[in-house]
Design a protein around this ligand. Structure first.
Ligand SMILES: Nc1ncnc2c1ncn2[C@@H]1O[C@H](COP(=O)(O)OP(=O)(O)OP(=O)(O)O)[C@@H](O)[C@H]1O
Ligand SMILES: [Mg+2]
Length: 238
């Protein structure tokens, strides 16, 4: 690709996507067809165990599908090598995990800088950017804290700041308001609105929170590894 080429639109397209475990006994994702346009805000709802996290992990190229096709931001993710997957995640994806996954021996400020380490950004710029992200999630006063000394909601907010470190074109979030009080939940919703409006970020958010679903442009219902509502449905039922 030439250096002047514009970045491929950050859309997501899946056909017949499958991820089974335990020799097919567990059908975590079981034939998903999905079209998400660049800049869309989509919420994914559904009961525990229906395959929401597995689907996000496929889109993030943390896992590879067993069958079907998956294209994100113009790349096919089905046969990526591990190195290509690392580069893809670093340059395209911001991911907020269900269980935060902060590094326990690093401070909040250091955790936010981790995704920037392989990018060659100078240390001073890394620190300044991490600081401004922590400020955006309301944690300026806790930048030197270790994760074990932070509340669950504060850890969640560090994870949100970390996911935004490299200005991802696609933000994937797994229950991002799950452990936030209503004030911080509202703050996160405002941040998501801002990302969609100003940075044109594509947002795919797994949630049980009706407020998040209401803010999204479209809700996908999952059940037993499948998406059960139509491609244009905007029904809010989480
Ligand atoms: N590595 C794995 N090995 C075997 N089974 C797995 C694995 N990962 C997930 N599963 C199973 O796949 C199914 C879907 O799991 P997944 O984590 O995607 O559900 P979920 O919708 O995110 O649930 P929750 O709302 O509880 O987070 C579950 O039955 C789960 O036990
Ligand atoms: Mg999950």
């Amino acid at each position: 690709m030439s250096e002047d080429a514009p970045p491929a639109a950050a859309s997501i397209s899946a056909r017949g996507l499958v991820k089974h475990y335990e020799a097919g006994r567990v059908r975590a994702v079981d034939g998903v067809d999905l079209q998400i346009a660049s800049g869309e805000f989509v919420a994914i709802c559904g009961p525990s165990g229906c395959g929401k996290t597995t689907l996000l992990y496929l889109i993030a190229a943390i896992d590879r599908p067993g069958a079907g096709t998956l294209e994100v931001a113009g790349r096919s993710l089905t046969d990526l090598s591990n190195t290509e997957a690392d580069e893809y995640r670093r340059s395209v994806i911001g991911l907020i995990f269900q269980l935060h996954n902060l590094l326990p021996n690093l401070t909040a400020l250091e955790n936010v800088q981790v995704p920037m380490l392989p990018t060659g950004r100078p240390p001073r710029q890394r620190r300044l950017r991490a600081r401004s992200l922590l400020e955006r999630v309301g944690l300026s006063d806790r930048e030197n804290a270790l994760p074990s000394t932070l509340s669950v909601g504060e850890r969640q907010r560090v994870a949100i700041a970390r996911a935004l470190a490299n200005e991802p074109r696609i933000l994937l979030a797994d229950e991002p308001t799950g452990s936030l009080d209503s004030k911080n939940g509202e703050r996160l919703l405002e941040l998501l609105d801002e990302l969609q409006r100003d940075a044109k970020t594509t947002l795919v958010i797994v949630t049980h929170d009706p407020l998040v679903a209401q803010r999204s442009g479209r809700v996908l219902q999952m059940l037993d590894g499948q998406i059960t509502n139509g491609p244009t449905s905007s029904l809010v039922r989480c």
